[in-house]
Design a protein around this ligand. Structure first.
Ligand SMILES: NC(=O)c1ccc[n+]([C@@H]2O[C@H](COP(=O)([O-])OP(=O)(O)OC[C@H]3O[C@@H](n4cnc5c(N)ncnc54)[C@H](OP(=O)(O)O)[C@@H]3O)[C@@H](O)[C@H]2O)c1
Length: 320
């Protein structure tokens, strides 16, 4: 059994703890918070026996844990993951794994040296629905157009409008729509097609806050992808992959549950996946597998690195 500690006490950690119940070899045994009261109440609320507070080094020095799940604000992921790796703990870190590709490359090197697993919790690419997209992709023939989007107005945008600082919209905390939601569409694109040859991008900066929304064009040999993301508006527009023989339509690129394959020859097959909406269990299971078997995490890390490099390129293009 892999004994895991969690860092961060927001909703996503609560969801993660619930999801680990579906992963046989993984158990959250300790929760960490910067404040003792919060650690104690969070442990009680989530049925976890042990809690820790104070310096994060005390948590990481414990022989009672083998791994950590990091769900702190994005800008702290590198620092927290680096400390955990140096303490010999396996690391599952929330998306985006780090705020830049170079930070992630540093973590991957450190993890290799310390012989621990480092995995980004990029939930869509481990979801079985995404596996079906990979399987169906050859059916559409030569890919010519891709259009992926994720637009979900954040409740925390209301705080920004009221002039209150919140981590997820704070540039100093690695916040913003590209890092929060654009990462899903970018990871999906890079997983399926690799890194683009060149990009163009634009973003909507918010006053005294990070980007609220953005778009990018990614150019590949023979096709163009458009990507969009927003935390200040919402849309249920599906994502699409258009080939010369047909089109795949995906209801949600972060949680693919209905996938339509329509071909020029008149074929139309709708795949309704009766899977749960919560999908953190799939990357949690991948993490448990990597820890238990010692399988190489390099392919997973390579995708994360290419995704973060593409996001670096989007940011640079948007700033031009
Ligand atoms: N996979 C998904 O579906 C999903 C969904 C939401 C978020 N996420 C990811 O989860 C991570 C956390 O996002 P969030 O929106 O939940 O963040 P958040 O609420 O701003 O912070 C998460 C936790 O980090 C700790 N924290 C907050 N500010 C801190 C600071 N200045 N220094 C050190 N610790 C601090 C807090 O725990 P304590 O005060 O108890 O220490 C807090 O509960 C992000 O990487 C985000 O991308 C993933």
């Amino acid at each position: 059994m892999i004994r895991m500690a969690t860092i961060g006490t927001s909703t996503i950690t609560r969801t993660f703890i619930a999801e680990t119940a579906e992963v046989p070899d993984l158990q959250v045994t300790t929760v960490y918070s910067r404040t003792p009261d919060r650690a104690e109440s969070f442990a009680a609320e989530n049925g976890i026996a042990t809690w820790t507070s104070g310096p994060i080094g005390d948590l990481l020095a414990s022989d009672e844990i083998d791994a950590v799940y990091i769900a702190s604000p994005n800008a702290l992921h590198h620092e927290h993951a680096r400390a955990a790796i140096e303490a010999g703990k396996h690391v599952l870190v929330e998306k985006p794994a780090t705020t830049t590709a170079s930070e992630f490359a540093d973590l991957a090197t450190a993890a290799r040296e310390r012989r621990v697993v480092l995995l980004e919790g990029m939930r869509n690419v481990y979801d079985p629905g995404f596996g079906l997209i990979r399987d169906l992709l050859p059916r559409v023939g030569e890919v010519r157009r891709v259009s992926f989007g994720y637009h979900q107005r954040s409740a925390r945008y209301d705080f920004v409008l009221a002039g209150t600082r919140v981590n997820i919209f704070d540039p100093a905390m690695g916040g913003g729509a590209l890092r929060d939601l654009g990462v899903y569409v970018t990871a999906a694109l890079v997983d399926l097609f690799g890194e683009p040859e060149s990009v163009a991008a634009g973003s909507i900066p918010l006053p005294k806050a990070a980007d609220g929304a953005g778009v990018a064009l990614a150019f590949y040999e023979g096709f163009i992808a458009d990507l969009s993301w927003s935390k200040i508006s919402f849309s249920h527009r599906p994502s699409e992959i258009q080939g010369e023989l047909g089109t795949l339509t995906v209801d949600h690129i972060a949680t693919p549950r209905t996938i339509d394959l329509e071909l020029l020859d008149g074929t139309h097959v709708r795949h309704e996946l009766g899977l749960p909406h919560a999908n953190l269990r799939y990357h949690a299971a991948r993490f448990a597998h990597l820890v238990a078997t010692g399988d190489d995490a390099a392919p997973d890390q390579g995708r994360t690195l290419r995704t973060l490099r593409t996001m670096d390129a989007f940011r640079a293009a948007a700033a031009d």
